[in-house]
Design a protein around this ligand. Sequence first.
Ligand code: GTP
Length: 242
Amino acid sequence: MDSRYDIPRRAAGGGGGSANSSPALGAQSRRRKMPPRPADFKLQIIIIGSRGVGKTSIMERFTDDTFCEACKSTVGVDFKIKTVELRGKKIRLQIWDTAGQERFNSITSAYYRGAKGIVLVYDITKQETFDDLPKWMKMIDKYASEEAELLLVGNKLDCETDRIISRQQGERFSSRISGMRFCEASAKDNFNVDEIFLKLVDDILSKMPLEVPNTEFSNSVLSLQPEPEVPPELPPPRMRCC
Ligand SMILES: Nc1nc2c(ncn2[C@@H]2O[C@H](COP(=O)(O)OP(=O)(O)OP(=O)(O)O)[C@@H](O)[C@H]2O)c(=O)[nH]1
């Protein structure tokens, strides 16, 4: 099996900084509260795929560690922010969650161009969501940057008994597309969700000059300057209710 597709489950436990319990130090740090270090880069990632495959669930699991059993469909686009640290850099991720319904394509397509990473999701229990993949690839070809990193995700891995699309089918599809990674995940069980984003960001960073700010990146997708949350030329996102 190609190791490119092997995104291991994150290690359990860990996390949480060590607590220095010295009272003197505690009082001192309370007095001199340091502002958080600003992000080194800002990066946009877009999540696409057919209706109901779990795009919002993947985003919300990653950003808020929540899962909604009965969510309403996304209308247009929504986004969330999460800051991660990788390769010694602090990266502010702007994650765009798009509506899977075709009638929103004219809105969602406007968000492809600025994305440095694209997560294309299908549902391993729904044949039609896998059959739709070529249609989504056409959208990528038409609207996204050629340099965007691509990751195919077979979601709802917790529903193994209802599986219709085998892992091999997913792997085969991704292997036909240059540079596209593949993994299976479960937003419900929080399996491989962090890995989706961290792997994608790591791939993006690996192709970037990290020490010398690149003006092309600084002016568009990645910026050392504060930027408005919504690209000015785009319509504001339509918020979903849950
Ligand atoms: N069992 C299971 N259900 C999931 C998983 N991810 C999402 N769901 C469910 O699938 C349904 C659709 O999830 P959403 O996250 O709203 O899907 P979406 O792709 O954003 O849908 P649209 O906004 O309509 O395009 C919801 O009922 C979720 O609870 C998963 O990993 N496992």
